[in-house]
Ligand binder design. Structure first.
Ligand code: Z5A
Length: 226
């Protein structure tokens, strides 16, 4: 779907089970790329700072109840609203290019901690149909690179233990891991997340540099699952 032939930033997504190290690694990646002179921003989903994000946060903290379909659509809406955030052509019409796309095309690399794959993996692990789960994600921008931080659920559970948030249970995380496997495609790079932090970081840096360089040369920007 993409038509871009120009230099741009890369859309890099980190995915993986709870406690796999996504937040640690994305916050290490940011200063690394900045240090090399690349414009870069760190995003994360869910973004709990929007109205939709507040509803998600309350659900995750078990302070509110929603049916599985509704929460799935809210997670997805949270990605769509960030995509469009604040970019209006005039007061009635959305800009043709989203905030995310504008950033990428202006040369900013986005490191994104969780994206649509989390949405689909967590909801399909509850038993929702995978194609139904993918549908509201279709048309969002497709990542250039998905770094999947691979860790056995048992090992992840040992890291600091699970808190009180919904989904932080071993049996459920096992199902999520199975669902993630189904979603893997050519943009995925699996990283052994059991290694020490610095070794994981080294593997990630290599793939990210490759990806950022390719996007600078004008890699096509495409849309997810269309
Ligand atoms: N969810 C959903 O259902 N649908 C969606 O569309 C989206 C999300 C986007 C909240 O996500 C929940 O929302 C999440 C999925 C669901 N539920 N679960 N499970 P979140 O992103 O806000 O929360 P999280 O994913 O649970 O983040 P987390 O707990 O912060 O995990 P992490 O970022 O992968 O790990 P970390 O914070 O970097 O590290 C965890 C601990 O491990 C910490 O003590 C580190 O020091 C340690 N660590 C990290 N790496 C290593 C290595 N290599 N060795 C040893 N120790 C390490």
């Amino acid at each position: 779907n993409g038509q871009c032939g120009n230099s741009r930033g890369a859309l890099i997504v980190l995915e993986g089970l709870d406690r796999s190290g996504k937040t640690s690694q994305s916050s290490r990646l940011l200063p690394y790329l900045e240090g090399l002179g690349f414009p870069v921003e760190l995003w994360r989903f869910p973004d709990r700072n929007t109205c939709v994000g507040e509803m998600i946060s309350s659900y995750l903290a078990n302070k509110s109840q929603l049916d599985d379909q509704t929460i799935h659509l809210l997670f997805s809406a949270n990605r769509w609203e960030k995509r469009d955030c604040g970019h209006y052509k005039d007061k009635n019409r959305l800009a043709e290019r989203s905030l995310m796309e504008t950033k990428l095309r202006s040369g900013t690399t986005l490191i994104v901690d969780r994206y649509s794959y989390s949405g689909v993996a967590f909801s399909s692990a509850k038993g929702l149909d995978i194609e139904w789960c993918k549908a509201p994600e279709m048309g969002l921008l497709a990542p250039d690179l998905v770094l999947y931080l691979d860790i056995p659920p048992e090992k992840a559970a040992e890291r600091g233990g699970y808190g009180s948030e919904r989904y932080e249970q071993l049996e459920f995380q096992k199902k999520v891991a199975e669902c993630y496997k189904i979603l893997q495609d050519a943009t995925w790079k699996t990283v052994d997340a059991c290694l020490p932090m610095e070794d994981v970081e080294r593997q990630i840096r290599e793939s990210v540099l490759d990806c950022v360089t390719t996007c600078q040369k004008g890699r096509t920007l495409s849309k997810l699952w269309l």
